[in-house]
Write a protein that binds this ligand. Structure first.
Ligand code: G3H
Ligand code: ZN
Length: 284
């Protein structure tokens, strides 16, 4: 069923695993991720960036496509449709009105006062519709769609505490050294701050930039209260590699299903691997 992230993340926090947010780009992406979740009996969060929503036609198209697949694929596990890095109050409201069950308001590039003010406005509206809200403090490095950072700023635990207390967000992302896209070298996550933030806030924490983080770091982050891990680039890499392989070996192929199909299978395999790694397998 289509649900918000609230219960799935609180359960994950209690039982010490993480639910994956996997970003979608199109129909096949969504099929692959839902298929993996059903096979693994895992809850799942479909991440939709504003850019990806534009690519697919708009928020309404995304919601209707997901609803159609939930029925046709007979999906029984909990699924959330989540706006990833929502850029404004208005965008969050638009997504909620279209049927998204969860939104992220990313006002992390503003002052903490402004971040809190905008986040609180979104929470106040979203909670009247049973929609969950994620916020961010600090700066995740790298680039994802329209979200471009020119550096990594570690979240200040005191600001995190203030934001959570003032806004009532369901979960939030303290940026602690993670990066969107591939890492240049080993990630250097701020575990000390993560622990501090967990102790101060007691809400499920979100780790952005899940691609390329070694398993030991994933486990450590989960043990320190991380209950949601976002993965995008890794699915893009495996999809593209599989499609490229088909096209490289067959210069005659023109039926798109013949090369997109293997790409879809590759995403599914990647997502299944992440669910096992995050410990969400069997938790639906
Ligand atoms: O918001 C989405 C994620 O943080 C994805 O990061 O592309 O590095 O896996 P990634
Ligand atoms: Zn992100």
């Amino acid at each position: 069923p289509l649900v918000s992230m609230k219960d799935m993340l609180n359960k994950a926090l209690d039982e010490k695993y993480a639910v994956g947010q996997f970003n979608i780009n199109n129909l096949e992406w969504t099929q692959a991720i839902l298929g993996a979740a059903e096979q693994e009996k895992s809850p799942v969060i479909l991440g939709v960036s504003e850019g990806a929503a534009r690519h697919m036609g708009g928020f309404k198209t995304v919601v209707m496509m997901v609803k159609g697949l939930l029925e046709d694929m007979k999906i029984t596990v909990p699924v959330a449709i989540h706006l990833d890095h929502g850029s404004s109050y208005d965008k969050c409201i638009e997504a909620i009105e279209a049927g998204f069950t969860s939104v992220m308001i990313d006002a992390s590039h503003h002052s903490i006062e402004e971040n809190i003010e905008t986040t609180k406005k979104v929470v106040d509206y979203a909670h009247t519709k049973d929609v969950s809200v994620e916020a961010e403090v600090g700066t995740v490095g790298g680039q994802e769609d329209d979200v471009i950072a020119d550096g990594v700023v570690y979240a200040d635990p005191k600001e995190c505490d203030l934001l959570v207390k003032e806004t009532g967000v369901d979960c939030f992302a303290p940026a602690l050294g993670s990066v969107h896209g591939p890492y240049k070298g080993e990630p250097n996550l701020g575990y000390k701050e993560m622990e501090e933030v967990r102790d101060l806030t007691n809400v499920p924490l979100v780790l952005h930039g899940g691609t390329g983080i070694p398993t030991a770091d994933i486990q450590k982050a989960i043990s320190l209260g991380t209950s949601k891990i976002n993965v995008n680039t890794e699915c893009q890499l495996t999809f593209t590699a599989a499609v490229r392989e088909v096209l490289k070996n067959d210069s005659e192929v023109y039926d798109p299903r013949k090369y997109i199909g293997p790409g879809r299978d590759a995403i599914k395999a990647t997502v299944v691997g992440k669910m096992k790694e995050f410990g969400s397998t069997g938790k639906a």
